[in-house]
Design a protein around this ligand. Structure first.
Ligand SMILES: [Zn+2]
Length: 224
């Protein structure tokens, strides 16, 4: 399960790995926390129209990557808070889908980091441990048949000190194609600038590995 702050963050963070997983037959679920209604510098763009466009863009990208399901939580952009309600939404989905691995934004970047990214990462970590796995946390969810679930692994993109890399050499092209689905967000990139910039970045992340292109994460394994 990938928990992404805005439509397009998951593509930047983990799309190469997602494409690899789905090609191996693994099920991937996207949870999109905000509706991205402030992701524009066009004064004529209406927020409701932008939301509609961005959901379509996210669905197109997910389809390309072979993602099984996309859940839109539709919180307002720049309005995420670390609340009991938001945490429970994530717990509910973890218990319903029972993911082995949860991927989200690293909340612990120093200095400049989008507040929605920080809060999504933090709330998702809290949801994984202890709330999703703890029996007494939500008696009402038990009543709905949503039993505790233990996630085994967390991958955080955007980590300043990654400890885990995945080989995306074979899926880099599909990552770029998925990013290009987010047309409303890609206007700043010329047709080749996005690809060139990301190729450089993923090459750097693969330094010391025996393959060319990597996505990098801080990985936490939850042993018990
Ligand atoms: Zn974002």
């Amino acid at each position: 399960m990938v928990v992404t702050p805005h439509p397009d963050d998951a593509e930047f963070g983990v799309a190469g790995t997602v494409a690899r997983w789905t090609s191996e037959g693994k099920d991937v679920i996207y949870t999109v926390c905000t509706n991205g209604d402030k992701g524009t510098s066009d004064p004529d763009m209406k927020p409701a129209e932008l939301v509609r466009i961005r959901e379509q863009e996210q669905l197109a990208a997910a389809r390309l990557l072979g993602v099984r399901d996309v859940i839109f939580l539709r919180h307002s952009d720049q309005a995420l808070e670390d609340t009991a309600e938001f945490r429970k939404e994530i717990v509910r989905l973890i218990r319903a889908y029972k993911p082995e691995t949860v991927v989200t934004a690293d909340p612990y970047r120093r200095h400049i980091w989008h507040r929605d990214h920080r809060i999504t990462g933090q709330v998702t970590l809290d949801a994984v441990f202890p709330f999703a796995r703890n029996l007494p946390s939500y008696p009402d969810l038990l009543g709905e048949g949503l039993q505790p679930h233990k996630v085994r692994e967390i991958l955080l993109w955007g980590a300043e000190e990654p400890n885990y890399r995945t080989d995306i050499t074979a899926t880099f092209d599909i990552k770029i194609a998925a990013l290009r689905c987010h047309k409303s967000q890609m206007s700043e990139y010329s047709s080749t600038a996005l690809e060139d910039r990301l190729r450089e970045r993923h090459k750097m992340l693969a330094q010391g590995e025996d393959y060319e292109l990597a996505e990098a994460f801080y990985r936490v394994e939850i042993l018990r």
